[in-house]
Design a binder for this molecule. Structure first.
Ligand SMILES: [Zn+2]
Ligand SMILES: [Zn+2]
Length: 346
């Protein structure tokens, strides 16, 4: 493939690119063709990986993960840890190994990992079709964090009953509808009560935003950037920290959680999301710490602000700053360099 790519011989058939040639002559999808071309190009710069692939100790899917990591953070960075990554590749399945590779990418290129997560976030959509022949088609895309939230929420309704003849897909569909039913009108939610549980594993370094820290890991697969971990930790979402005994005390510290009475006071002061121009109601809002609790900010009214989920995300993941003035007004400061979706492939 590499030789064919460099020689440009695909042009002899009239194809405009190697990817186009592969789609045409090898009947590959555009994504599969582009992946193979990228693997061919990156392997040249990853000699240990190429040797392992050639000898059969490494399968194609693992090689593709290595190539993608090299494409994202540069082959030089991958070469530095190539031996360690290859060792992991040989003991893990491709899905697990993708987690290891994403963690590696986050360690060497946190900004890139954040840009990629933001790019994935931009691609989110959900579509419910009009009924056709009695059926409504659903389709959509979610970024890893939202996917994990939905999966966890569905699991509560997924359990098979006795003599359950439903398929897995049917139980999933029923769970989604049940979730909609119970989450809709009639349920009591004051914002301080229990929420859909989302478990993120993260180290203290990730929580503190230390450069080189690993990504947060979602239970059930997938990773999220440090900024997302911090947003969830901001309002007492359920975060389990591993490997940092001294933080257990901090985590169990009652003051981190916004108490029901503080939450009520916050809601009556702010009424809705305080982001200028936003009026999303309190039930859609998190309690944001202006000075974060890990940096000594108090979980007390003067240090808190209601932010709706999208605006809370903009503050943590997209670099916006929220400022509370003496007269109680809130203003925002735009990010100096916006964390925008990059040209990196998703
Ligand atoms: Zn926050
Ligand atoms: Zn808002």
């Amino acid at each position: 493939m590499r030789r064919f790519d460099k020689s440009g011989e695909y042009k002899a058939d009239g194809a405009l690119s190697l990817v186009a040639w592969l789609r045409w002559k090898c009947k590959l999808s555009a994504g599969a063709a582009a992946e193979r071309v990228e693997v061919a190009r990156q392997l040249e710069k990853l000699p240990k990986t190429e040797a392992a692939f050639a000898s059969g100790t490494l399968g194609y899917q693992h090689v593709a993960v290595m190539a993608r990591a090299a494409e994202h953070v540069g082959a030089a960075a991958v070469r530095k840890e190539e031996a360690g990554l290859l060792h992991a590749a040989q003991t893990l399945d491709p899905g697990q190994f993708t987690g290891v590779a994403k963690n590696f990418e986050h360690r060497v290129d946190a900004a890139g990992a954040l840009a990629e997560a933001n790019h994935a976030y931009q691609r989110r959509y959900f579509h419910i079709g009009e009924p056709v022949d009695g059926l409504v088609r659903l389709d959509g895309l979610l970024d890893a964090e939202r996917g994990a939230t939905l999966r966890t929420a569905l699991q509560a309704f997924m359990k098979p009953v006795k003599d359950d003849a439903r398929s897995y897909g049917q139980r999933s569909a029923d769970a989604l509808v049940e979730l909609g039913r119970q989450g809709g009108s009639g349920s009591k939610r004051d914002g301080a009560g229990p929420r859909p549980q989302l478990i993120i594993r993260a180290s203290l370094d990730t929580l503190a935003g230390t450069p080189g820290a690993p990504a947060g890991e979602l239970e059930g697969g997938g990773t999220v950037p440090a900024e997302t971990v911090q947003r969830h930790a901001c309002d007492s979402a359920i975060i389990r920290i591993t490997g940092q005994g001294e933080l257990d005390h901090e985590l169990n510290h009652a003051s981190r959680t916004i108490s029901a009475s503080t939450r009520r006071a916050l809601e009556s002061r702010d009424q809705h999301c305080v982001f200028p121009g936003c009026s999303r109601p309190t039930i859609w809002c998190d309690g944001h710490h202006l000075v974060w609790w890990i940096k000594g900010g108090a979980t007390a009214l003067p240090n808190l602000a209601l932010l709706c989920r999208p605006h809370h995300r903009m503050v943590h993941e997209e670099g916006w700053r929220l400022v509370r003035h003496k007269d109680g007004r809130f203003t925002t400061i735009r990010p100096a360099r916006p964390v925008v979706p990059s040209s990196r492939s998703a």
